[in-house]
Design a protein around this ligand. Sequence first.
Ligand SMILES: Cc1ncc(COP(=O)(O)O)c(C=O)c1O
Length: 398
Amino acid sequence: MLKFTFEQIKEKFDRCVIGNYTRNPIAFVHGEGSYIWDSSGNRYIDLMPGWGTTTVGHCHPHVVSAIQKQAGRLIHIDNSFYNVPQGILAEHLSNRSFGGKSFFCNSGAEAIETSLKMARLWGEEHGRFEIIAMGGSFHGRTFGAISATGQEKYHRGYLPLLPGIRHVPFGDLSALEDAAGADTCAVLMELVQGEGGVNVADPEYVKSVRSLCDEKGILLILDEVQTGMGRTGEWFGYQNYGIEPDIMALAKALGGGFPIGAVAAKPEVAGFLAPGTHAATFGGNPLACSASVAVFEVIEKENLIERGREVSKAAFERLRRMAGQYDVIREVRGKGLMIGIELESDGREVFEYCLRNRLRINCTQGRVLRILPALNVSLELLHEGLDLLESGIKKVGL
Ligand SMILES: Cc1ncc(COP(=O)(O)O)c(C=O)c1O
């Protein structure tokens, strides 16, 4: 590829790319493991790879090779026919989760749309239509997904939203009990609200939600777009809670950075997505599915679920020690390698300090610093990153 300076790249963006993102003034051109390089050749530690997509590290050789091989064989075939990688991927998903069946799409928001549509189809048969979602949640940017998202800022300018969705406070069982009635077809929730500030659902609450759904004949949809694929110390977040969902939405880490989304559902619910009800031209595309199969293989071969747990333990030990040292840290929370560090004040300055010093993290909800490292980041690199984060916290002198 031609070499461009940052200014040349930015000029193209300013002229030709819609400005809906707040972008930092850096263009990344290369990645390897938990390192990324910008267009001037500077190397960064990446503790927030691809907004949580690159769980096996940037450009893992096995994933790269699977994409290259499949690209030379067949990039795309539509769903009027069968394709080999889609079948293999569906089997991996089924074997690693609850033995259900999958539908493939291209993103998290689409996986949520599909889940909502599946629930409505099931609900039509059962005389139910309403979906209850959680306050503080985030489910993506399509109309159905923003309607389910429990944060008003994402609704602004888009009203009226999709009807038949209401919100209850996250973690409040009695509010859910009051809201769930004869019209309710599904409850939709994240087990760890990521964008919402890394809020971890209480195990007793989750078990009670599952029991309530069972008692009242309601489907439980889990949005595992961010918690799936080993992020929380298990293949899927629900496996930490001793329950199973009826429908599970996946994306982000499913393709190790390659765009792919999926919905896995119990067979008795999956059947409602019958021919003609739903489709996606690129869904289950052989190239995307090959990348995803390679991600499953890497996680298994390199024992990355276990590895992620070790990295998580080290990260939490270090961050909790820091929380004891610096008053500005209000709380360290999360599950596995989905970690939030809530500050007493705005986190923007720490975020910017880190970026200037070649560490990539994230800041959500104004004051929650967030890291979603690759499961195979080395402990040495993790600590190097956390050293920078610590000096950011000290420097900003909060
Ligand atoms: C929990 C959750 N659901 C859905 C989405 C939407 O995914 P996408 O951006 O791939 O549409 C996100 C994205 O951050 C997410 O974190």
